[in-house]
Design a protein around this ligand. Structure first.
Ligand code: KIV
Length: 262
């Protein structure tokens, strides 16, 4: 029997129940279906799409139309999991544009949206929540700001940054977020935030003490051998296995068939 649909409220209450939240990204129908069949409760159509599927150097080129296209594909899997979608760069600069963009992703099939930032996007978050669209926060390293920052840097090492993260986390809770992704936050600060706030933290490169963990699925499966990341060791060498199967198939069709009657 199919278990009941996962909602933003289910994810929020997993923290109180002490259940760790396993979250992964998907960008299309088959991956969403596979993750859902395994029982992953939180599936993110992340704007990591830009790097892992579309070949952009970072997430800043991803458009809302591209996100809608991939959210539609993922939603066709009709997952039991909560399907969350990223609001891409510069699509939530005002409360009005944030609600319009979030509604477009919801119309494409997203059941919640995520955006990067803390107090600086509070009005936008409040407007999205008021529009009835569940909102997931994202603090720490914000990939949409990688160009201004000049790279992917761990956050929370210095006292002002540590304090800013705590204040931002509190602000997201007040604004009505149901969960917060913590990306590249120092493990002690991620632990402190996780203990401090009532909603789940979902870490990526933020240590083991978050309420859940999220990974970019192609990183977990070793599908992108051209890049290496500190926070994830691939559990499979999918790229090499795919190359081997493709090579073997290529060889099999180029071997001359035996003569007739042999
Ligand atoms: O875009 C994405 O995949 C993300 C995860 C890294 C959390 O935001």
């Amino acid at each position: 029997m199919r278990q009941s649909k996962v909602t933003a409220e289910t994810i929020r209450t997993m923290k109180a129940r002490g259940e760790k939240i396993a979250a992964l990204t998907a960008y299309d129908f088959p991956m969403t279906r596979l993750l859902d069949e395994v029982g992953i409760p939180f599936i993110l159509v992340g704007d990591s799409l830009g790097m892992v599927v579309l070949g952009y150097p970072d997430t800043t080129s991803v458009t809302l139309a591209e996100m809608e296209h991939h959210v539609r594909a993922a939603a066709r899997a009709q997952p039991r999991a909560l399907l969350v979608a990223d609001l891409p760069y510069r699509t939530y600069e005002t409360a009005g544009s944030a609600v319009d963009s979030a509604r477009r992703l919801a119309a494409a099939g997203a059941e919640a949206v995520k955006a990067e930032g803390g107090r600086e996007i509070l009005e936008q978050i409040q407007a999205i929540v008021q529009a009835g669209i569940p909102f997931c926060g994202h603090l720490g390293m914000l990939p949409q700001h990688v160009q201004e920052e000049g790279g992917y840097r761990t956050k929370g090492k210095k006292a002002p940054e540590h304090q800013a993260l705590l204040t931002d986390a509190d602000a997201l809770v007040t604004a009505g977020a149901f969960a917060i992704v913590l990306e590249l936050v120092t493990p002690p600060v991620a632990q402190e935030i996780s203990r401090r706030i009532p909603i789940p933290t979902i870490g990526i490169g933020a240590g083991p003490d978050c309420d859940g963990q999220i990974l970019v699925t192609p990183d977990l499966l070793g599908m992108l051998p051209w890049f290496s990341l500190k926070h994830v060791k691939p559990k499979l060498n999918a790229a090499e296995q795919m190359r081997a199967v493709i090579r073997e198939w290529q060889h099999s069709i180029s071997v001359a068939p035996p003569p007739r009657g042999a």
